[in-house]
Design a protein around this ligand. Structure first.
Ligand SMILES: *Cc1c(COP(=O)(O)O)cnc(C)c1O
Length: 426
C-alpha cells in the first residue's frame, strides 16, 4: 500500500497534487512519501513480532541503504528505529549523517577496501559482514593496530537459487558473494582464532526481488545446520544476519509473500537458534514509497507498431527497465478515461532507453504528466549522467508539506568538474 492516489481525477502524493510538484521542482523528479516509508518500516517490524517473541530479543532491522540512500529517507527510517546495512564508505558516511547510531550499522560487501574497513573501525560500527578469509585477516590486523576488537559475522554462500533475475541473484555457488558452505567451518575456525576479531555469527543474503519464500527458507535451514556444526566445534554464536531480498509487486498479478508470512517463516525456522537476529530489507521498505514523475515531450507515430510516447525521463534516471527488463506501472497524472497502446521511451540515443513496449496505458499527449510507479528503490540511486543529462531532483512529501531533498544537478555543473589540460591549450 502506498500514498500515491487519485483525488478528484488527479494523482496526489499524500496531500500534495503531483502537478504542483512538477511546476515547482520541474520534471523528471522522484517523489517519496514519508508516510509510506514509515508504514513499511512499521509493517516490517510488526511482521517480526513472532521472531522477537520466539527469540526473546528485539531483532535489528538494518535498512539496505543501497536501495535508497537519500539523507531524508534515511532520517525517516532512522527515526522509525531502523539501523543501516551499508556496502561502501560513502553509504556509511550517509547513514551516520542521517543520524543512524553507529552500533546499528552493518557493513556488507564483497570488496571493502582497507580504507573502508578502517573507516568502519574509526566510526565504531556495530558489525562487519566478512566475505573472505583475506578480508577477515585484514580487519583483524587493522583492529589490532587500534587496540580495538571488531565484531563480525561470516557471510556464507548457501548455493541456493533465489529464482530471481540473474543480475540480482547472490546466493548461488557461482556468485562472488560469501564463503561456500563447504569451506565455512574451516574459515570460521581460522578467523575466530584471531584475537582482535570477535567473530560472533554468520550472515546470508541470497538475492533481491524474491517472489517466493521457499529459497529463503532453504538458505536459512542451511544456516541453522551450520550453526549447530559451529557450536559443536566449540564456537560461541550469538548473532545471525538473514539479509534482505523480499520482493514487491511491480505489476498486477505479482504476489510477493507478505512481510507477515516472511516473519512467521523466520520465527519457525529460527525458533531454537538462540541468537540476535539482523534483517537487511531494502526494496520492500522503499519500492512503493517512491514514484518518478515525468512529462510527455511528444507522441510520435511508430513505423509498424504502436506510437512512441517520448517522456522526459530516461534510462539514466531510472535504469531498471534497461538493466533488468523490469516493469514499472505507468499512469497519467490526470487520466481522461481513454486508453492507448504505446511504446514508452526516453530521449536517450539508444534503443535500450525503453520503459515499456506495447503497453496499454492511459491516453497521453505532449505536455501531459505521468508517473512510473514503484520507483522508490533502486531508482534515483542508480542514475547516471549518460547523454550529459544531469541528475534528477528528489522530493519528499509529508502530509500537505513537501521539500526538495536532493537538488537537480545540471549537466553544466557536472561539466564544471572536468578540465582541458594545458597540453591541449592552444
Ligand atoms: C542489496 C542487499 C540487501 C537488500 O536487498 P533487497 O532486495 O533490497 O531487500 C540486503 N543485504 C545485502 C548484503 C545486499 O547486498
Amino acid at each position: 500500500m502506498d500514498h500515491f492516489e487519485l483525488r478528484d481525477g488527479e494523482l496526489y502524493a499524500e496531500d500534495v497534487p503531483m502537478r504542483q510538484i512538477a511546476e515547482e521542482a520541474g520534471t523528471p523528479v522522484y517523489i517519496y512519501s514519508r508516510a509510506t516509508f514509515e508504514r513499511h518500516a512499521r509493517v516490517f517490524r510488526e511482521a517480526l513480532k513472532p521472531v522477537a517473541e520466539a527469540s526473546g530479543r528485539e531483532p535489528l532491522v538494518a535498512f539496505a541503504v543501497k536501495a535508497n540512500p537519500n539523507l531524508a529517507v534515511l532520517r525517516v527510517l532512522s527515526r522509525e528505529g531502523c539501523g543501516a546495512d551499508v556496502v561502501s564508505g560513502g553509504e556509511l558516511i550517509r547513514a551516520l549523517a542521517a543520524g543512524v547510531p553507529p552500533e546499528k550499522i552493518v557493513f556488507s560487501g564483497v570488496g571493502k577496501t582497507r580504507a573502508e574497513l578502517q573507516l568502519g573501525l574509526d566510526k565504531q560500527i556495530g558489525q562487519f559482514n566478512i566475505e573472505s578469509r583475506e578480508e577477515g585477516r585484514e580487519l583483524a590486523e587493522l583492529a589490532a593496530a587500534m587496540g580495538r576488537e571488531a565484531s563480525a559475522c561470516l557471510r556464507i554462500n548457501p548455493d541456493v537459487d533465489a529464482k530471481t533475475h540473474e543480475k540480482i541473484s547472490t546466493g548461488k555457488a557461482e556468485n562472488k558473494f560469501g564463503i561456500p558452505l563447504v569451506h565455512a567451518r574451516e574459515v570460521f575456525a581460522e578467523l575466530a582464532s584471531l584475537e582482535d576479531l570477535n567473530l560472533r555469527g554468520v550472515a546470508v543474503h541470497i538475492g533481491s526481488q524474491l517472489l517466493d519464500l521457499e529459497p529463503l527458507e532453504t538458505a536459512f535451514a542451511k544456516v541453522g545446520a551450520l550453526l549447530s556444526d559451529l557450536r559443536d566445534a566449540g564456537h560461541t554464536i550469538t548473532h545471525v544476519d538473514l539479509g534482505g531480498g523480499l520482493g514487491v509487486p511491480y505489476k498486477a498479478g505479482e504476489n510477493p509473500p507478505a512481510p507477515a508470512e516472511y516473519g512467521a517463516m523466520v520465527a519457525r525456522v529460527t525458533a531454537d537458534w538462540d541468537v540476535h537476529l539482523t534483517f537487511e530489507p531494502g526494496r520492500v521498505i522503499a519500492g512503493n514509497a517512491g514514484v518518478l514523475l515525468t512529462r510527455v515531450v511528444r507522441v510520435k507515430r511508430g513505423g509498424n507498431g504502436p506510437p512512441f510516447v517520448i517522456v522526459d525521463a530516461a534510462m539514466n534516471d531510472l535504469a531498471r527497465p534497461a538493466l533488468y527488463g523490469a516493469w514499472h506501472d505507468f499512469d497519467a497524472v490526470k487520466p481522461t478515461g481513454e486508453r492507448m497502446t504505446a511504446n514508452i521511451v526516453g530521449p536517450i540515443c539508444e534503443t535500450g532507453d525503453t520503459f515499456a513496449r506495447d503497453r496499454e496505458c492511459d491516453a497521453l499527449q505532449a505536455g501531459d504528466l505521468a508517473v512510473f510507479r514503484t520507483a522508490g528503490a533502486y531508482g534515483a540511486t542508480m542514475a547516471s549522467s549518460y547523454n550529459s543529462r544531469g541528475f534528477v531532483a528528489e522530493v519528499m512529501v509529508s502530509g500537505d508539506e513537501y521539500a526538495i531533498v536532493a537538488d537537480r544537478i545540471a549537466a553544466a555543473a557536472i561539466m564544471d568538474a572536468e578540465r582541458v589540460p594545458d597540453f591541449l591549450a592552444d
